[in-house]
Each structure stands twice: as C-alpha cells, then as structure tokens.
Design a protein around this ligand. Structure first.
Ligand code: UD1
Ligand code: PEP
Length: 420
C-alpha cells in the first residue's frame, strides 16, 4: 500500500491547472453506453475510479483508451448488460451503468455497488425511479436484475435530491417513450454537464441545474465529442490547502460559479480570494478566523465533499467553529486522525465542534476515505514536522497524483510505494 510522506510547514505558492471533474466524467462515460459508435471525452482525469469505469466498459465489450486526458470509446461492439460483481464492488459509481444499459439492451444485471465507507448509501431512489419508467426489478441478495423492453416516460419525484439517482433516471429516460419529468432533482453542476453531454448526442433534456428536469425520449442518439467541466472539489481542496499553509496560489481552469458557497466560507475566515474568468487566486497571510456554523447540504449549499478539507482550516483557526454534516452519516472519520496531529475537535451526532489550535504536528495517519484523505494531506502540508498518510488508494480515487499537484506548488511531499 502506498504512503505519502509530507514535510509540512511550507506555504504553498505558484500556479496550478485543475483537472477535469471525476463526478462529471463518471456518469458521462456510463452515458456513452446509450449510443453505438465512437465517443471522445476530453479532460478526463487519470484516477482509480476512471480506470474502474473503463474496465467495466471493456468488460461489456467496448473498446476504451485513455491517452493523456482524452478517452476514446467505441461502444458499437458492446454485447453485455451484465456488470460482474467484482467490478461493481470497486466503486459506488458503477451504479451509473444501470440506467444506460437498461435503456440500450432492455435488461441489466448489476450488484450492490461498493465505494468509500462514508454512510449507508442506499440505491432505493435509483430503483424506484427506474420502476416508475416501467422497469421490472428483481433483487436476490446483492444481485439486481432489471427488465423493460422499452422504458416509458413518467413523472418521477425524488424524496431527496440524490445526485446519482437524478443522473441514472435522466440517462434511462433519454431513450424512453414520451416525456419524463424529475421533480426535486439534484442541481449539482455535474448534472448540468451530463445534460450537455446527452444533448450533444441528440437527447432532448431541459432543466438540469434546477429542481425540475424534463426529458423527451428520442429513438436514437449519435456519437459526439465532449469536454468535461473542471473539478470543483479538487479546486476547493487546493484553495483550502493554500489558505491552511498561509500561501499564495493561482488556480487555472476553474469554474468559480460552482464554488460560491466555499468562496463565501473562506472569505468569512479571512482568506483573500480574487476571481477573474476561470482563474481563482487565493492568499492567506494571517491565522484564519473561526466560523460559527457551516452545514453541508445539496448544491448550491456547502458541499459534503469539502467538509473534511475545510475542517482542517478551522482546526487552525482563531476561535470555535461548528460544522454540521447532513448528507453522509459516516463522514467524520478524519476527526480521530486529525486529533493525532494535535487538533481539538469534538463530534456530537452529526455536528463537529472545532476549537482552533495555533499549530498541528506531523503524525502517521490513515486515509479512511477519499476526502478524509485529502484533508489529512492538507493537515500534513500545514503541520510542523513529518506526516505519513497511509491508505493512499482512497485519495487516488479522486486526485490525479496528489503529490505531483502539491509538489508543483512547492510542497515537500512524496509517495512511498512498496517494492514489487
Ligand atoms: C460520483 C458522484 O457524483 N458522487 C457524489 C454524489 O454521490 P451520490 O450520487 O452517491 O450521492 P447522493 O446525492 O445520491 O446521496 C445523498 C444522500 O442520499 C442518500 N440516498 C441516495 C440514493 C438513494 O437511492 N437513496 C438514498 O438514501 C445517500 O445515502 C446520501 O445520504 O453526490 C454526493 C452528494 O453530493 C457526493 O458526496 C458524491 O461525491
Ligand atoms: C464521495 C465521493 O465520491 P463517490 O460518490 O464516488 O464515492 C466523493 O467524490 O467525495
């Protein structure tokens, strides 16, 4: 298992170009199964989760290459609608194959998806959405089989604005007969990106980015070339790292409008942020200020995927902050690890009370999930002394060589891999 070794205490400085968004690229790659032919997707980051998605697509019979940041897919040779359990279990996003395979083949067999242990993460909203479109679903243990000769447009109301369920239902409805309306849909930028990709192939969808999405089913889609949006969570991670190390960083290829809630929080903490087109500049010369209340909620509110990273900044802030996590019940696992580094954080149910300390100290810590791991890297960069972050494979799910990214900004960070 790889480890990251960080010699902390050095302010980050320099310029960085932000990678394409994992959470946009994954559903877009799955949605490519809706079309027969050659699809090109640009700005796809080199990540473990992307490798898993491409392996699943190959297993289904597609040809897939990932050169630099471009994925070339040929879906015309796809012959299977059965995703093997071992691949399903490698990540949560394997669930995105359900809607497209059902729409294309009239049947799909999948298994309960795997992924980081950040909560129970049911898939009931995905299944109920597909049933509303006319799918018959059989569940036997972790195996889930769905059938529908042709899906039929319907009104689907989500009890909770689930990102993945919204995307799965959109993808299934694109080739359904008639109109589908999704109400209480999630509004994340990645959903808008999926709509743009599907429309580039000839789908008829409006409303992504609002809570009502309307899809008019079409007979067939045509292959296209598409570029995914910048990763707002990686952007946010670098912004917080710049602030926590009291550095000065310029981020290129960002979409600041996707980060309004984070920018607001960082400015309240006293971090200087300037925005110019797709460039964000972050600077922090003095100790950040505490923030009395941050609550994670669906977009456009503060994202759960940045909760752990911002907690590191607040752990170093002047005063007491409170962070409430409302999306995933198991997303405070970084707290125990941060306490090894000298933080003072108490968790009470879904709230963390963070008493800022003037300094964190290097320690050996474990990345328990993707964003918890990113938070520990930020803590290591800001801390005095050496930090070793273990279980780096979690971080590799979402960051394209995080050590290279931070080395470019002057950090002293390297990866230790076990000898083969
Ligand atoms: C690949 C991707 O885009 N991942 C993101 C996506 O995950 P994901 O799509 O899995 O997140 P959801 O929005 O679906 O989940 C939010 C909440 O709804 C619950 N739920 C979800 C589906 C369902 O059928 N039943 C149910 O109860 C989940 O357990 C969770 O408590 O949105 C999350 C919330 O912004 C982000 O943290 C993830 O980074
Ligand atoms: C939780 C995340 O991703 P996933 O839904 O793929 O587990 C994340 O990106 O922080």
């Amino acid at each position: 298992m790889d480890k990251l070794v960080i010699e902390g205490g050095k302010p980050l400085s320099g310029t960085i170009v932000i990678q394409g968004a994992k959470n946009a690229a994954l559903p877009i790659l799955a949605a490519s199964m809706l079309v027969e032919g050659k699809v090109t997707i640009d700005h796809v980051p080199k990540l473990l989760d992307i490798d898993v998605m491409l392996n699943i697509l190959r297993e289904l019979g597609c040809r897939a290459e990932h050169n630099e940041e471009t994925v070339l897919l040929d879906t015309s040779s796809a012959h299977s609608s059965h995703v093997p359990e071992a691949l399903m279990r490698q990540m949560r996003s394997s669930i995105f194959l359900m809607g497209p395979l059902l729409a294309r083949f009239g049947e799909v067999t999948i298994y309960q998806p795997g992924g980081c242990a950040i909560g129970e993460r049911k898939i009931d909203l995905h299944l109920r959405g597909l049933m509303a479109l006319g799918a018959q679903i059989q569940e036997e243990g972790s195996r889930i089989s769905c059938f529908a000769k042709r899906l039929k447009g319907a009104e689907v109301h989500l009890d909770f604005p689930s990102v993945g369920a919204t995307e799965n239902i959109m993808m299934a409805a694109v080739l359904a007969d008639g109109f589908t309306t999704i109400t209480n849909a999630a509004r994340e930028p990645e959903i808008q990106d999926l709509q743009r990709f599907l429309c580039s192939m000839g789908a008829k969808i409006i409303g992504a980015g609002t809570d009502t999405i309307t899809i008019e089913g079409v007979e067939k889609l045509s292959p296209s070339r598409y570029q995914v949006i910048p990763d707002r969570i990686v952007t946010g991670t670098v912004m917080v790292a710049a602030a926590a190390t009291r550095g000065q960083v310029t981020l290129q290829n960002t979409n600041p409008s996707h980060l309004t809630s984070l920018i607001h929080v960082l400015r309240r903490a006293g971090v200087q942020i300037t925005v110019d087109g797709d460039i964000i500049k972050v600077g922090c010369a003095s100790r950040p200020k505490a923030i009395d209340r941050i609550v994670t909620s669906p977009y456009p509110a503060f994202p759960t995927d940045l909760q752990s990273q911002v907690m590191v900044l607040l752990a170093l802030a002047d005063g007491v902050s409170v962070m409430k996590e409302t999306i995933f019940e198991g997303r405070f696992k970084h707290v125990d690890e941060l306490s090894r580094m000298g933080s003072d954080i108490r968790v009470d149910l879904n709230a963390a009370v963070v008493r800022g300390v003037s300094r964190l100290y290097g320690a050996t810590v474990e990345a328990t999930d993707l964003r918890a791991g990113a938070a520990l890297v930020i803590a290591g960069l800001a801390a005095q002394g050496r930090t070793v972050v273990e279980q780096v494979h979690h971080i590799d799910r979402g960051y394209d060589r995080i050590e290279t990214m931070f080395t470019r900004l002057g950090a002293r960070i390297s990866r230790l891999s076990p000898l083969p």
